[in-house]
Design a binder for this molecule. Sequence first.
Ligand SMILES: [Zn+2]
Length: 457
Amino acid sequence: MQQTENLAPHVQDIARALQNRMEPDAIEDELRRYLDYGVPLAQAKKDIVRMHGGTFVAGEKKLADVLPDERGIEITARVLTVNPKEITVKGQAKTIFYGLLADETAKVPYTAWKPFDNLQKGATVHVKNASAKKAFREADRIEINLGDYTTVTPSDARLEIKDEFPAPEAGGARVSAEHKLRDLREGQSSVTVVGRVLDLREKTISTANGQKTLVEGELADETGRAPFSAWEPEKLPAEMKQNSVVRVKGAYVRSFRGIPNLNFGQYATVEVLPDRTLPNAEELDKPKPFHLGELEAAGGGQGVMVEGVVLEVKKGSGLIFRCGAEGCNRVLQKMECRVHGKQKGQPDLRIKAVLDDGHGAATFFANREATEKLLGKTLAQCQEMARDAMTIDVVYDEIVPKLTARRVVLTGNASHDEYGLQILAGDLAFAPERDAEAEAEKLYGSIVEILQEVGPQ
Ligand SMILES: [Zn+2]
């Protein structure tokens, strides 16, 4: 009983993040199940929202990152203006207030649907539980609503508010911030990027309003790569093709299959830039080095290179059998598929292991090719080995000493889901040997320095 009461505010948080698309009872059941499994509360909340296609706004946002139709918004802003306005609601006269709020990133209009004592001209305020909508008649502008559930409290935060924000673009007053592709994060909006189109294709999907065609692809710059979806392909410039360099303004970022995905919606504009703006496709296609901490923060990435130490080779590495049912490919447990039951099974090789790079940890998967390369054995040879030993464990047992505690370089795609950060490694190689002696000397040197600094006691 006690626990039920404690969960209520968290259930509300989730409901808000899902824009009340899910019943509180169902949310509570699900939340309880996560907690029963020992998932920490904050993680459970985030996972549930993500699983149901919402965006969990944990903590504060900058005004430039607020999205239309977002709820439960928390911001710290300066009240630039407060103007009363008389309106009539159901025959009753009512006073509302409108004006402008600003932070370091943007200046946006607001409407307060009731009086707030702390909403004073020039005050810096902390606003919780506000909502946003598209501003009336102004594309790409949002308006903040302060309603019945909103709280406005004084804040002593010192905001650096500029007199002028960059010139409004496409009729909007929001700052469209230029980002490098590796800096894209779930939930960002009004994003400007410059990238080369590595890949471009049409895709038809079924929606509630019938068939819809969109354009999908991948953009790359010197820092990274990101998949994109253009939801209004008719608005793309005709000269935008594979290998074009484009500048996209007013895009937003959503995670799709665990990777930050750039979306061009109705407010986005795309222009083709001169080819020399960016290096050529071959150069941009090369995997970029990342830290696991960075990938964790980004929620994944494409074409990444990570170097770290293998902490543990997981069971389920080595010789495995996959479900043969069409489109399934799941790994069989005791020759049984979770969905399709008993199966004959297709033999395969893989590695599932934990990598740590000092900035974070990730589970990585390496495919048959990488496993064959590591073992110096083909799949057929591994099967023979297992037959002779009468257990598939022999393959696992051979991988463990070859990989455990070794420094490796992985290249592939990273994604983030309820199991944490995962890397699908297209390639696995041992890191170049470091000069151990030189490193030891360096370490010894700094110890001597420390000792000298501390001095004789
Ligand atoms: Zn199956």
